[in-house]
Design a protein around this ligand. Structure first.
Ligand SMILES: [Zn+2]
Length: 267
C-alpha cells in the first residue's frame, strides 16, 4: 500500500517537473499565465486526489514537549506550532509519528526518566482524544486505525541515550508503545557515533550491534537520522529489517525518500 503511494508520488512529481520545465518555454507572458492556470487545475485535481487516497505520514514531530510542559490539549486548536488533531485532519495527515526528544545533558542516568515522563504525557493525551487518534505500535495497527477514520500516532524516541546503554530499557520502552528509535542525535554516546563531532566508536560498538539485533527481534524501526557514515553502513550490514531516516539531520544526504520500504515494521 505505502509502496504504491510512493511510486505514484514519484510519477506525480515527474509530471510536475516536466510541466514546470515547459513553463520557461512559453513564448509570451499571456501564454505563460494560461499555462499556470492549467498547472493549478492539474494540481487541484490530481495531486489532491493522490493526497486523499494515500496514507499520508508525517514521520517527525516534537509535539510532546508542549503537551508535558505546557499542558496543552492536542484535541484543541493550539495557539502556536503547526500540529494538533484539528489541523492534522484538515491537512489530510493519517499518521503522525511523535518523537520523544531527550536532551544530551540528561545522559547518563536521567534520560530514561525524561523519556518515561514524555511517554506518559503523550499516552494520556492520546487516551483523552481516543475518538480521533490512537497509539499505533505496528504497521497493521496503522492500517486498521486509518481505515476506522482515525489518525494513527506511533511513538519514537529521538536520541539513543534514552535507553541509558541498556537493552532492558530498550525492551521496556517498546513494551510501553515506543516503536521507533533514532540511534543518535548530534552527540556520540554509549554505542553509536553521531555525524557531529569526532568518532568515538568507529560506527557501532559491540553494544550497538546488540541494540540493532534486539530492535530487529522486537520489531522496532531503526532511524538513522544524525548518524555518522560509518554507523550508517554498520546498520545496513547488521540489520535484517528495514531502516529509515525521519528527520532533518546532520548526516549526509542518503535518500530521496524518508523510508526505504513500505511497511517499516516486521509483520
Ligand atoms: Zn525532534
Amino acid at each position: 500500500m505505502h509502496l504504491l503511494c510512493i511510486n505514484r508520488s514519484i510519477y506525480i512529481a515527474y509530471i510536475l517537473k516536466e510541466k514546470l520545465r515547459k513553463l520557461w518555454k512559453q513564448p509570451s507572458r499571456q501564454q505563460a499565465k494560461r499555462f499556470l492556470y492549467d498547472l493549478y487545475a492539474f494540481m487541484e485535481k490530481d495531486v489532491k486526489k493522490l493526497h486523499k487516497e494515500a496514507i499520508v505520514w508525517d514521520c517527525h514531530n516534537d509535539l510532546e514537549y508542549r503537551v508535558l510542559y505546557k499542558g496543552l490539549d492536542i484535541g484543541e486548536r493550539l495557539p502556536g506550532g503547526h500540529v494538533d488533531i484539528k489541523r492534522l485532519k484538515e491537512g489530510g495527515v493519517d499518521v503522525q509519528v511523535v518523537a520523544l526528544f531527550i536532551q544530551n545533558y540528561l545522559y547518563p542516568d536521567k534520560s530514561a526518566w525524561q523519556a518515561f515522563k514524555l511517554l506518559r504525557a503523550m499516552k494520556k493525551a492520546i487516551d483523552k482524544n481516543s475518538d480521533s487518534v490512537e497509539l499505533a505500535r505496528t504497521g497493521s495497527d496503522v492500517e486498521r486505525i486509518v481505515s476506522e477514520g482515525k489518525i494513527a500516532l506511533p511513538l519514537a524516541i529521538e536520541r539513543d541515550h534514552a535507553i541509558e546503554d541498556s537493552l532492558e530499557l530498550l525492551r521496556k520502552f517498546h513494551e510501553l508503545g515506543v516503536s521507533f528509535l533514532t540511534l543518535t542525535h548530534n552527540v556520540s554516546h554509549g554505542w553509536a557515533d553521531s555525524s557531529k563531532g569526532p568518532p568515538k566508536w568507529n560506527g557501532l560498538n559491540e553494544l550497538g550491534h546488540k541494540v540493532i539485533k534486539e530492535m530487529n527481534r522486537i520489531g522496532m524501526v531503526i532511524d538513522v537520522s544524525y548518524v555518522s557514515d560509518k554507523t550508517f553502513y554498520d546498520v545496513i550490514k547488521i540489520s535484517e529489517n528495514c531502516w529509515g531516516r525521519s528527520c532533518r539531520s546532520w548526516s549526509r544526504y542518503v535518500s530521496t525518500y524518508p523510508f526505504t520500504c513500505g511497511n517499516p515494521w516486521s509483520p
